[in-house]
Design a protein around this ligand. Structure first.
Ligand code: NAP
Length: 261
């Protein structure tokens, strides 16, 4: 299936590693030009080199902290100036810390808000004017399965990602006339560095494989996901073929969400 992404320009945040990198790889492999952002310049450049070796779309690496308003604005301006337009935005960021409600003070809530919700608000607001003249557009937010099912110690993530879902729904309504679609992807357990670090900490008596098996015992597909399995969905949602999907939240979780709808 040709996803018709050749010549499209995609801005992908938190893309030096993990899910963001997998999204960028899927889009580049389909011929899109990508602009990737993350804070650490060295890791970002190394990722850009790997993506270029796929030999399809062009790759521009721009260091950015998605919580910094000036850096966000500079990144969007540079991306739009370099490629002349932005067709696709993938909002993604590092996750907020885990912990119980009573352990988080105002500062922790403010940081989580800046990282998880305000970053997506800012990028969306700045990118839409560059999408509108193209006559279409795709905004895809990476959230978490916590928007559809509860998970222990995830109060920051759950609260603020539900804000992203609300923003996306309203944007999908307001941008529908411009043929800009807005969707969310809710990953379950996908084996990235973030998950590897979690598995490496605690229960030293268990091997990584045993810890994975323990954590996935309630996942119907019986395993953790691969980043490229999420990247493939992003490539489809970003494509013209997904032009009638908007305002949706789609899980990539091996069936882990317990809700029936
Ligand atoms: N993997 C999963 O199973 C899973 C499940 C549910 C939800 N999620 C969510 O999906 C998102 C991505 O997770 P992941 O597993 O891909 O994590 P990861 O492998 O740890 O990668 C995180 C990426 O985010 C970048 N980043 C972090 N803070 C940033 C900031 N302030 N500005 C710009 N870039 C930043 C990191 O680069 P720098 O550190 O260099 O900036 C890195 O590229 C997180 O929000 C996570 O909570 C993941």
């Amino acid at each position: 299936m040709d996803l018709q992404l050749t010549g499209k320009t995609a801005l992908i945040l938190a893309a030096s590693k993990g899910l963001g990198k997998a999204c960028a790889a899927a889009l580049v492999a389909e011929g899109a030009d990508v602009i990737i952002g993350a804070r650490d310049k060295q890791t970002l450049e190394a990722t850009a080199t790997q993506l270029r070796s796929l030999g399809k779309g062009r790759v521009l690496a721009l260091p950015v902290d998605v919580t910094n308003a000036q850096q966000v604005a500079d990144m969007v301006n540079t991306a739009a100036t370099t490629f002349g337009k932005i067709d696709i935005l993938v909002n993604n960021a590092g996750g907020p810390p885990f912990g119980k409600f009573e352990t988080f003070d105002d500062t922790a809530w403010q940081s989580a808000f800046d990282l998880t919700l305000l970053s997506a608000v800012r990028f969306s607001r700045l990118v839409v004017p560059h999408m509108r003249p193209t006559g279409s557009g795709r905004i895809i937010n990476i959230v978490s399965l916590t928007v559809k099912t509860w998970m222990p110690d995830s109060v920051l993530s759950t609260s603020l990602r539900l804000g992203v879902i609300g923003m996306a729904k309203m944007l999908s309504v307001e941008l529908g006339p411009d043929k800009i679609t807005v969707n969310n992807i809710a990953p379950g357990m996908i084996l990235t560095d973030r998950l590897r670090h979690m598995l490496a900490s605690g229960s030293p008596e268990l091997s990584i494989e045993e810890k994975q098996a323990q954590r996935t015992k309630d996942v119907p597909l019986g395993r953790m996901g691969k980043p490229e399995e999420l990247g493939a969905l992003v490539a489809f949602l970003a494509s013209p073929l997904a032009g009638y999907i908007s305002g949706a939240t789609i899980p990539v979780d091996g069936g882990a969400i317990k809700a029936t709808f």
